[in-house]
Design a protein around this ligand. Structure first.
Ligand SMILES: *Cc1c(COP(=O)(O)O)cnc(C)c1O
Length: 467
């Protein structure tokens, strides 16, 4: 398998500063071994996130010049609304400055304390916005979705049996909506099958509950359906998207993902009553309904990005780049989560660094080494992010998995740069014995991974049996 060739050529370049290993060593030490505190211009390949990091096309940049900055009724709003209706099919389109505001507006309007929101797996901001209303965010992904060894083609599926049970138990009074996240970001960017969407919709219909999509990576999800689900090989990604969204009653969207823009989002809905309430709230916290916290030019970039993301040459390249990096690592014996999802490759840090116990943050040790040795920025999704002290016993509780995410920005890095990432990770895997465990020297009471400070264990400590 070869890396896919770029379906574009380069017109504008952003020079990268060359940073020596010594300088990176100093920078990461000063950052308290926290990759979030390293200046971005000292990074060679930045795989921290695929959110808001896409490269826009010449057509999108040209669209920015067509920005109509009228306070109300900007032509770019009409273009966006028409584009969203064309792809998603929902009549009411409410722009927001990013995805979490779409979530906040929706949940503030329709949730009350004690409600429950089922989802395959809630993304962090979705969960936080549900909980902010005093409601419960309940993850009902299929069991395979939590098993890093399972090769199920649609590990993002929501378990319809678990959903039926929840709805029967709670009743529609306590479940104002069911959500489906496509692709399932927190589960590794795994897709949801059309057959599953249909089953979920049937359960929703039996209980009279609307189905709302978290559509951030909808085009990537529809591409997987075309590639993997029987009966879809001859349908276009656009047709698949229409079919999928016709099974729902609306969506929230962060256009920082499959909108191919650096900022933006929207809410698209069928329920006019919700829309009226949301619009009133939008004016209070975000902006007039035809700009929703964005400039006219941003709306235009988003409208054009939503069309471009459906281009199948682009999707083959994009998902192919992720798949090829995964295949390269897998063939070299590097432990990764399989199969790879649409937007990232996840390294399994516990198997990568078996000599480091979870209490020594193997994922973060890998993140630090990738930056220090190669100038690559990845992010830990493991003991540092989720580890915590149990309130009752005082014992540390560690998550099931210690992962390191390599998220691939859209249209940003060349094949050669991604190959460099693969070769670097493989080299590190050969030299893994030299990686030492870490210890925390500072942690904030909540979301500690963003600001934590750590240090490397000494040789003597590293040699001592793990506590
Ligand atoms: C990024 C993301 C969000 C939140 O969007 P922002 O634009 O970051 O506010 C919500 N859901 C999923 C699945 C996401 O990936």
């Amino acid at each position: 398998m070869r890396f896919p060739a770029e379906p574009f050529r380069i017109k504008v370049v952003e020079p990268l500063r060359r940073v020596t290993r010594e300088e990176r060593e100093r920078l990461i030490r000063e950052a308290g071994l926290n990759i979030f505190s390293v200046p971005a211009d000292s990074i060679y390949v930045d795989l921290l996130t695929d959110s808001g990091t896409s490269a826009m096309s010449d057509h999108q940049w040209a669209g920015l010049m067509m920005g109509d900055e009228s306070y109300a009724g900007s032509k770019n709003y009409y273009h966006l609304a028409e584009t969203v209706r064309g792809i998603f099919g929902y009549p009411h389109v409410i722009p927001t400055h990013q995805g979490r505001m779409a979530e906040n507006l929706l949940f503030t309007t329709i949730l009350k304390a004690g409600d429950v929101v089922p989802n395959n797996i809630h993304f962090d901001t979705t969960r936080a916005n549900v909980e902010h209303q005093g409601a419960e965010a309940r993850d009902l992904v299929i069991d395979e979705g939590l098993d890093p060894a399972s090769l199920h083609p649609f590990k993002g599926n929501l378990d319809p049996v678990k959903l039926e049970r929840a709805l029967r138990q709670l009743g529609r009074e306590r479940v104002p909506l069911v959500m489906l996240t496509v692709t399932n970001n927190s589960g590794g960017g795994q897709p949801v099958a059309m057959a599953n969407v249909r089953q979920v919709r049937e359960v929703c219909d039996r209980h009279g509950v609307p189905l709302i999509f978290d559509a951030c990576r909808f085009a990537e999800n529809c591409w997987f359906i075309q590639q993997r689900e029987p009966g879809y090989a001859d349908k276009s990604v656009r047709e698949i998207a229409r079919e999928m969204f016709a099974l729902g009653h609306g969506c929230t969207m962060s256009a920082k993902k499959d909108g191919l823009v650096n900022i933006g989002g929207f809410l698209a809905l069928t329920n006019a009553e919700w829309v009226e309430k949301i619009t009133n709230l939008l004016i209070l916290v975000e902006g007039f309904p035809t700009y929703g916290g964005l400039a006219g030019r941003d709306l235009e970039g988003m409208a054009r990005g939503l069309e471009e993301v459906l281009n199948e040459d682009y999707l083959a390249f994009r998902i192919g780049q992720v798949a090829q990096l995964a295949a390269m690592l897998d063939q070299a014996g590097v432990p990764i989560v399989k199969p790879p999802g649409g937007h990232a490759v996840y390294l399994d840090a516990r198997r990568f660094l078996p000599h480091l116990p979870q209490s020594q943050y193997p994922g973060q040790a890998l993140v630090v080494a990738l930056y220090r040795d190669f100038g690559i920025r990845a992010v830990e999704v493991g003991s540092l992010m989720f580890g915590h002290r149990d309130a009752a016993s005082g014992q540390m509780v560690f998550p099931e998995l210690d992962l390191v995410r390599l998220a691939i920005p859209r249209r940003v890095y060349t094949t050669e740069q991604i190959r460099f990432v693969g070769e670097s990770v493989i080299q590190l895997h050969h030299e893994k014995q030299r990686l030492k465990g870490l210890r925390l020297t500072y942690e904030a009471p909540v979301l500690r991974h963003f600001t934590a400070r750590l240090e490397e264990l000494s040789d003597a400590e590293a040699a001592a049996p793990a506590r």
